[in-house]
Ligand binder design. Structure first.
Ligand SMILES: [Zn+2]
Length: 220
């Protein structure tokens, strides 16, 4: 599970009230849209993992603190976090691995990816594609947007560094005001014709798609 900015009641309903189905919940940082239900999730028994740096304000809430760039295991998953630039707020990206689907890189709320992951062999990318700088002319908080969030061109360049192992790209954390998600998707589709490109929209049940894919791969 990634982040806990969605009400637990919704999530519990999604997983049939089986908290033990969740091996780990990885949280990038404490901004409300990613962590406002953090305390309630820990009360319900969800295993929340955050880096020591990002969880500084949440360490009394039952969060499992992890060291950046160190590998951890939960169930069949291996994961590691690393710090990303988010306009002065401690925030993490995650590299997650599972035998059923390979390697997933999860990056949100960052200006750019500060480490070179070109040799890792990432199969799945979930990346913030927040805005198009041409849309920012009259935007309030323009400085925060540019220092704290990823522009579509930055996301495209990052994806190109990841090489031929990339199978699908999910565009997440899109601004409703500062870009056009469908246009972003088209640009990615043009530059990555062999990848499945999807955009995160409210209510998208990506987990179901992923579960089918995991099931299919496991059968093979
Ligand atoms: Zn944030």
């Amino acid at each position: 599970m990634l982040e806990c900015g969605i009400a637990p009641t919704f999530m519990l309903d999604m997983i049939g009230y089986g908290v033990d189905k969740i091996q780990a919940c990885l949280v990038s940082h404490t901004h409300t849209d990613h962590a406002c239900y953090l305390k309630r999730y820990t009360v319900y028994g969800f295993p929340i993992y955050m880096s020591e740096e990002a969880s500084e304000k949440a360490k009394d809430l039952g969060v499992k603190q992890i060291k950046r760039k160190k590998k951890y295991q939960a169930g069949g998953f291996t994961f590691a976090s690393f710090g990303v630039p988010h306009d002065g707020t401690e925030c993490d990206g995650f590299l997650i691995e599972h035998a059923a689907f390979g390697k997933l890189l999860f990056l949100t709320d960052l200006e750019y990816c500060p480490i070179n992951l070109s040799k890792i062999g990432v199969n799945h990318l979930m990346v913030e594609c927040n805005y198009d700088r041409q849309w920012l002319v009259d935007a309030p908080n323009i400085d925060h947007i540019c220092k704290g969030h990823m522009e579509v061109e930055t996301a495209l360049r990052l994806a190109h560094t990841l090489g031929d192992s990339l199978e699908d790209i999910g565009l997440i954390h899109l601004s409703a005001m500062n870009g056009d998600g469908n246009e972003f998707k088209g640009r990615f589709q043009n530059e990555f014709p062999n990848c499945n490109i999807w955009i995160a929209q409210k209510g998208t049940i990506y987990a179901e798609t992923e579960k089918e894919s995991i099931q299919k791969n496991t059968d093979n």
